[in-house]
Design a binder for this molecule. Structure first.
Ligand code: NAD
Length: 488
């Protein structure tokens, strides 16, 4: 296993600096053993001020926003190369901190962010940074894409690198400067990202990295030097951040929680559907915002699908996330495990039928924060396990009566609208059902976000979009310069 090395410096203004005041560091805890494996610095409000001041200076007076888009693209290409050089270390570090099984971690916690950098570069190359339009009264309007300014990027622990890249790279390509605040559970991958930025030779203050908890995040959101907040995390925190940004008229994008429905139609191949949900529902041990956690199935097919899902739950290997043979790992923290276990108790109290897994840890895995793949059957859509985000390996199967419209209505009967999927033998029927679900992304016989297509939420799942050219728009202020033709 790669050694996990403690860090004790923040990355501010292009330099590695000590915390402004001595303070308790963040403990990095292995979710597999529950033991502290390293520490990282925790930024205080004073450090937040230093980081925002550095980013402000770099934006107001530094070279970065004044480069051409092509020059910024060239610098971001250097980030891609440096990222590629550290891919293995990045995957191992994320796994050590939050427990994604290493084989999946290499794909989703390091290869995927690297390809997202490259995809975003290609969107920037094709982006209309400047447009000239004839005015109604002669002359022309020059429409220019300006950078929004200093960006605060607040990151959760579950897919920390994809989420960091989805915010920081479009912000940089637009000409913004950035302060990154990673989650306290995953500070070390963010500091490795700072190493990458340093190696790529970006001007000082363009990217700053300050790990810390909610207080650090709150100070960052409120700081008057921040022009835009881009946040991914829980809906509860998103509401608080949105309220502060509203008060200050700060731009903000919010990528929040979900309770995505997998709608099984009456012509679906149930074995293939269960295998598809193995990935779409249990990926990252269920710690995925768009995981398909509400499975809606025609009542006549309910028992057969449940039995196929029981088979899937029995097939998945779970254990030490550094072992390449494991498909499921532990949950990130004791707090997350307690939350997931409490929902399993709630499901039992609500009268859903537990057909796989449960609150007890799998055999031999009581030291870390393990919850086995768990399936509830015969649930109803008004139960808390159907309405609230659990963020663990817990699937709620709900029978519906009536045709496709009944499945669509049930899918839409949710405060959330992040992901979704339709399972059917008929692709065009699947697309027709999908287009009636009020959700930001939805797949047919599959679920997985696509970096070329916008990702984000309807309803309580958020405001704004990431990925695709739409992700760049989030970091842009448009300016129109209109001139008249005085010769006519
Ligand atoms: P969280 O809201 O507790 O924390 C997310 C981040 O916000 C962390 O960095 C945290 O330190 C910071 N934070 C917490 N309180 C803050 C405050 N008052 N002000 C400023 N910053 C604050 O969420 P979490 O438990 O770390 O992450 C899991 C949640 O993230 C889930 O609800 C999940 O659905 C959501 N998520 C959403 C997406 C998406 O793209 N929509 C992606 C991944 C995760």
């Amino acid at each position: 296993m790669t050694e996990v090395i403690s860090r004790d410096q923040l990355y501010i203004g292009g330099r590695w600096v000590a915390q402004a005041e001595p303070g308790k560091p963040l403990d990095v805890v292995s979710p597999h053993t529950g033991q502290i494996i390293a520490t990282a610095p925790a930024a205080s409000p004073t450090d937040v001020d230093r980081a925002v001041t550095a980013a402000r200076e770099a934006f107001d007076r530094g070279p970065w926003p004044r480069l051409t888009p092509a020059e910024r693209i060239a610098a971001v290409r250097r980030i891609s190369v440096e990222y590629g050089n550290r891919r293995k270390d990045m995957a191992a570090l994320v796994t050590a901190q939050m427990g994604t099984p290493i084989k999946m971690s290499q794909l989703m916690q390091s290869d995927a962010p690297r390809s997202l950098i490259d995809a975003t570069i290609s969107f920037a190359e094709a982006f209309p940074w400047e447009d000239v339009r004839p005015t109604a009264y002669g002359g022309e309007s020059l429409v220019r894409a300006h950078a929004v300014g200093v960006v605060a990027a607040i990151i959760p622990w579950n897919v920390p690198q994809v989420i960091t890249i989805a915010k920081v790279i479009p912000a940089l390509l637009a000409g913004c400067t950035v302060v990154i605040k990673p989650a306290p559970e995953t500070p070390l991958d963010a500091l490795l990202f700072a190493d990458i930025i340093e190696a790529a030779g970006l001007p000082e203050g363009v990217v700053n990295v300050i790990p810390g908890g909610p207080e650090t995040g709150d100070a960052l959101v409120r700081h008057p030097g921040v022009d835009k907040v881009t946040f991914t995390g829980s809906t509860a925190t998103g509401r608080r951040i949105g309220a502060i940004c509203g008060e200050q008229l700060k731009r903000c994008s919010l990528e929040l929680g979900g309770k995505s429905a997998a709608i099984v139609l009456d012509d679906a191949d149930l074995g293939a559907t269960a295998q598809g949900l193995r990935f779409a529902s249990f990926i990252n041990t269920g710690q995925a915002c768009a995981a398909q956690t509400r499975v809606l199935v025609p009542r006549a097919l309910h028992d057969d699908l449940v039995s196929a899902l029981q088979d899937v739950a029995g097939q998945m290997t779970q254990g030490d996330p550094m072992d390449r043979g494991n498909e499921l790992g532990p949950l990130v923290s004791a707090r997350q495990k307690d939350k997931v276990v409490s929902y399993i108790d709630i499901g039992l109290q609500e009268g859903a039928r537990l057909v796989a897994g449960g609150a007890a840890p799998p055999e031999g895995l009581s030291a870390g924060w393990y919850v086995p793949p768990t399936v509830f059957a015969n649930a109803t859509n008004d139960m808390r396990i159907a309405r609230e985000e659990i963020f663990g390996p817990v699937l709620t199967v709900i029978p519906y009566d009536g045709g496709d419209d009944a499945g669509i209505d049930m899918a839409n009967d949710s405060p959330y609208g992040l992901g979704g999927s339709v399972w059917t033998a008929d692709r065009s029927r699947g697309i027709s059902v999908a287009s009636q679900v009020r959700t930001g992304t939805i797949g047919v016989n599959f679920y997985g976000p696509d970096f070329a297509a916008p990702f984000g939420g309807f309803k309580d799942s958020g405001i704004g979009r990431e990925y695709g050219p739409e992700g760049l728009h989030e970091f842009i202020e448009l300016q129109s310069i209109t001139t008249l033709d005085t010769t006519k």
